[in-house]
Ligand binder design. Sequence first.
Ligand code: FES
Length: 106
Amino acid sequence: MTKLTIVAFDGTRFDIEAANGSTVMENAVRNSVPGIEAECGGACACATCHVYVDGEWADRVGPPEPMEEDMLDFAFDVRPSSRLSCQIKVTPALDGLVVHVPERQA
Ligand code: FES
């Protein structure tokens, strides 16, 4: 298991024990984190699972793949730290990862 913190837009922190191999989106949905809609169920086809990766984690998580980058064009208030949470796989290397939910999805 890997520790993951998802911070809702209102500042509520969700500290989650995430299974390795699952995605950040799946953990957000399972824990009822508000603001993660994930309409397409993780197919990288909706951009409603948008999150901001916390500063120090951005390098370790890495940049989006081209398909994800194209979908991010549809997200609200995209920033350099933006990722689609269904495309972030939980691994032991991400233990302690923090992501933030934007004010709203697209
Ligand atoms: S859940 Fe649809 S793009 Fe992530």
